[in-house]
Design a protein around this ligand. Structure first.
Ligand code: NCD
Length: 308
């Protein structure tokens, strides 16, 4: 039997079971402890293709570095203005052509549904590296992996999710992923940035409560996940002005929390986590970004190797 992730598209975290995620986390830990010569055989001579229609630092670099760490290479279009997209080439043709050059694709696109569509026309597995405000499944995978590594479990935890719940795709993937576990969820945002109602159906099974202020819930939390306001996704800039700077985490808020609380953030951070938090033991967002490479290396290795 091939491993359960072999040859799979990664479009939505909803397509993955708890058992798939456990395989992924165990493989990430296994790969990070492998001698480099053995690790570099996992994608020897294989290529990852990146098609990014939106800006990216971590996702792009961690995918490239992950592929390199298991012996493969990457090519990509990460600045559409320097590719044939600028000449008018459409998304369909770009995906079909690049999928003929590589073994697996990672795609970031401003439109919801773009990754699902790309997977339907690509010859090779497609990984969704962010589809509009919809989902960012590999971010949720690395978020859960970080929680699992730090807490030793996911079941039984109380997770606070604070920030732009309306437009943060990372939050939707994280909520869908957490709903596979027995967690308590506390949503913290100004009223204007509450979850979109279209997503509630999928998370109705988790126990969640909506709050406006972090101080109402901080003492209950095991994990606090923060996101920036997704300025670029606001249909009206005046709506952004109304909520700008409306929430933040600082050292004095964390003093009211449990001593083993961990603070995560998908990054980039703007002003929602004050720099003074970086030197506190609760700050795990840079570790989270680092673990993202191991997690993505495991995901690529599992997609490419039936026997792993
Ligand atoms: C996130 C994204 O692109 O959705 N970034 C990332 O991949 N780490 C979060 C964000 O942009 O705020």
């Amino acid at each position: 039997m091939p491993n359960p992730l072999f040859g799979r598209d990664v479009v939505s975290i909803r397509d993955f079971t708890r058992s798939d995620l456990e395989t992924l986390f165990n493989t990430a830990t296994k790969i990070s402890n492998m001698p480099s010569r053995e690790r570099r055989r996992l994608a020897d001579g294989r290529l990852l293709g990146l098609i990014f229609y939106e800006p990216s630092s971590r996702t792009k670099l961690s995918f490239e570095s992950a592929m390199y760490s298991i012996g493969g290479g990457s090519i990509g279009i990460t600045d559409p203005s320097t590719s044939s997209i600028e000449k008018g080439e459409n998304f369909t043709d770009t995906v079909i052509v690049v999928s003929g050059y590589v073994d697996v694709l990672a795609i970031r696109h401003p439109r919801e549904g773009a990754a699902r569509y790309a997977a339907s026309i690509s010859e090779k597995p497609v990984i969704n590296a962010g589809s509009g405000a919809e989902e960012h499944p590999t971010q949720a995978m690395l978020d859960l992996y970080t929680i699992y590594r730090e807490k030793g479990r996911i079941d039984g935890l109380t997770v606070g999710i604070m920030g732009d719940l309306r437009y943060s795709r990372t939050i939707y993937s994280l909520l869908y992923a957490l709903s596979k576990y027995d967690t308590k969820i506390r949503l913290i945002s100004p009223p204007e940035l509450r979850l979109r109602s279209d997503a509630l159906i999928d998370i109705h099974k988790s126990s969640w409560i909506q709050h406006i202020s972090i101080s109402e819930v901080i003492s209950e939390l095991d994990v606090l996940y923060v996101t920036r306001i997704q300025k670029e996704r606001f249909p009206d800039p005046t709506e952004y002005q109304k909520v700008k700077g409306s929430y933040y985490v600082d050292a004095s808020i964390l003093e009211q929390g449990k001593s083993d609380l961990i603070v995560l953030h998908p990054l980039p951070r703007v002003d929602e986590i004050r720099p003074e938090v970086d030197r506190l033991p609760q700050a795990k967002y840079f570790l989270q970004a680092k673990l993202g490479r191991d997690l993505r290396a495991a995901l690529l290795a599992l997609i490419l190797n039936p026997e792993l």
